[in-house]
Design a protein around this ligand. Structure first.
Ligand code: NOJ
Length: 614
């Protein structure tokens, strides 16, 4: 079955019909393993996502992005794809994916899927063929040319071809054994050894991915989140680079052991990040997407800095969006956030692209926990019981205020599942349960990303907080009476207080705050508004203040009535400092980040507010 694309804009309030839907869309990231488990096997699935569409509708987002659900050995949570055109039985079937698309479209939600082009799984038929093939034959060479096989260095080729490090820790090369049993060439894997890098100089690889794009576009998907968009092309000659790249950050840790002798290493552009050649790939893909009339979007996951380089991915004719990780990495710090916002808006303006704000995803410690650390700009790769434990109440307040900054900014915003519940990280997960390859590859030095991937709490009183439903009655029917398998990762006890059933329709809850913000944002078209720092903006004192002006102007006409939409100005005021700040004294209607944010006419530290200027 093939479902049609969504034809009507989800937001009726949108008053600029010439804009594609994604320009100001709020997109909700679903990590399928951990969102909702309909069949009760302890692992989330597509049927679970389908059952929770009413929840997402209630929240008021425009679209969902599904992290990979493809056939995969799950060595990296599905970012190790063995078949790009089918669904892993863990998550359901291709028919389930099609049914989900249709149901989501019926509910006014668009659907973006994940595309993983930098590497396949080592279980992908191309890679098994490459390993089995005799490299001395023409056919063997052709099979291997789809990947990055190279002879080793030194006597007997026993040393890797260069000193590149895997992002997950350890060398980025693994040696193969030839079909006759002798040690052979090495293959490159920027991530786990089960994720061999593809060779993007090979035309067959390019054709294959264009075909994969069409496969999903024909089924009506509304776009692609492109994994490691900065990594596909490697520098000619694969020059040494002894720095282990960080996740999301463009900086890394020096593991070369020879920084003193080679200080130049640090200044090296990373030979496997942000190479010029990647742009041609996205220009080609842009053309493929342009064959479809439902405005599919391409969003880059690109660990690229400075922002000027990042925005090259969203030049006309390339990608449409790129996650703004500079904003994410700014942490809870007014000066850093102010700079990130200023530069992002400037750079976006130069290429005519919208911004794409994000605070958390499946690779980061949840911001509700990061912001509760003694240094709220810290960006650790996971937290464990022996690490500093975040101040949960402080992180909760700051996370709510941060949502008001993120959702007040013009452009598009990406929410990670659980953001809307104010969900913290699981910071005391038992090491024996960790599945992130980083944990193993760094010999436990980095806890990795499991703590942000813990299954969602739906029902406070149910086993596994209602994540494992084990009935097809749907989540609305309440927790299952029967016994379902425990969730694939255990949730911390504190999750009960955050469960969806404790928040939906509960005044003052984080869910209701998000719902209200999304409602006002949609109604006033904040996402396409004009930004200006306000006179109250004072980042050195911890105060962020900006206005967004919407309506009016050249395009400000209501879609239905054709009438002019009056200009409206929203003031976003956030207090990241240590002292309370005066709020404007006019009669503006306001939303506050939590019920104690306003005291004696002042906005308290770690709070934010939206004022509608009259
Ligand atoms: C980025 C993804 O977000 C992350 O989860 C994954 O491990 C790496 N890319 C490798 O695919």
């Amino acid at each position: 079955m093939t479902t049609g694309p969504l034809s009507t804009p989800p937001s009726e309030a949108r008053n600029r019909p010439e804009n594609p839907w994604w320009v100001d869309a709020v997109i909700y990231q679903v990590y399928p393993r951990s969102f909702a488990d309909a069949d009760g096997d302890g692992m989330g699935d597509l049927a679970g996502v389908m059952q929770q569409l009413p929840y997402l509708e209630q929240l008021g987002v425009d679209a969902i992005w599904l992290s990979p659900f493809y056939v995969s050995p799950q060595r990296d949570g599905g970012y190790d794809v063995a078949d790009y055109r089918d669904v892993d039985p863990l998550f359901g079937t291709l028919e389930d994916a099609e049914a989900l698309l249709e149901a989501a479209h019926g509910a006014g939600l668009r659907v973006i899927v994940d595309l993983v082009p930098n590497h396949t799984s080592s279980a992908h038929p191309w890679f098994t063929e490459a390993l089995a093939a005799d490299p001395a034959t023409e056919a063997g060479r052709a099979a291997r040319d789809r990947y990055m096989f190279r002879p080793g260095q030194g006597p007997g080729g026993a040393q890797p071809p260069n000193n590149w490090q895997s992002t997950f820790g350890g060398p980025a090369w693994t040696r193969t054994v030839d079909p006759h049993g002798t040690p052979g060439d090495w293959y490159l894997h920027l991530f786990d050894s089960s994720q061999p890098d593809l060779n993007w100089d090979n035309p067959g690889v390019r054709d294959e991915f264009e075909d994969i794009l069409r496969f999903w576009l024909d089924r009506g998907v509304d776009g692609f989140r492109v994994d490691v968009a900065h990594g596909l092309v490697k520098a000619e000659g694969l020059p040494d680079h002894g720095i282990r790249p960080g996740m999301i950050t463009d900086s890394g840790e020096d593991v070369s052991g020879h920084a003193e002798e080679n200080p130049g290493d640090h200044a090296h552009p990373v030979p496997y990040h942000d190479q010029e050649g990647v742009h041609a790939v996205y220009r080609d893909w842009n053309q493929v997407l342009a064959e479809y009339s439902h405005e599919p979007v391409m969003v880059a996951e690109a660990w690229v800095s400075p922002l000027e380089r990042l925005f090259r991915y969203v030049r006309p004719g390339e990608m449409h969006q790129a996650f703004n990780f500079t904003f994410l990495l700014a942490g809870w710090d007014a000066v850093r956030l102010s700079d990130a916002i200023t530069v992002s808006l400037e750079e976006a303006g130069k290429v005519g692209a919208p911004n794409t704000w994000v605070l958390s995803n499946h690779d980061t410690v949840r911001h509700a926990s990061r912001f509760g650390l003694s240094d709220p700009t810290r960006y650790p790769n996971g937290l464990g019981a022996e690490d500093e434990q975040p101040d949960e109440a402080l992180g909760w307040r700051r996370a709510r205020a941060a949502a008001m900054i993120e959702l007040g900014l013009p452009g598009s915003a990406y929410l990670y599942q659980g953001d809307e519940l104010g969900l913290p990280e699981h910071t005391t997960l038992d090491d024996s349960l960790r599945q992130d390859p980083t944990f193993v590859r760094t010999a436990g030095a980095e806890k990795g990303r499991d703590g942000c991937r813990v299954p969602m709490p739906w029902h406070a009183e149910a086993p596994g907080f209602g994540f494992t439903l084990g009935t097809d009655e749907g989540y609305d029917a309440g927790p299952a009476a029967g016994t379902a398998t425990a969730p694939w990762l255990p949730q911390p006890e504190s999750f009960g207080a955050y469960a969806a059933d404790r928040q939906v329709d509960v005044e003052g809850s984080t869910f209701e705050l998000y719902r209200e913000l999304l409602g006002v944002r949609g109604e006033l078209d904040l996402g396409t508004g004009a930004f200006a720092w306000s006179g109250l903006h004072s980042p050195e004192l911890g105060v962020l203040a900006f206005t967004v002006t919407t309506g009016g102007g050249q395009h400000g006409h209501d879609l239905d009535s054709g009438e002019r939409v009056p200009e409206q100005v929203v003031l976003v005021l956030a207090n990241l400092g240590e002292t309370a700040v005066d709020v404007p004294e006019d009669d503006a209607a306001a939303i506050f980040s939590h019920h104690e944010a306003l005291q004696d006419g002042q906005l308290m530290p770690d709070s934010a507010a939206w004022f509608l200027k009259r």
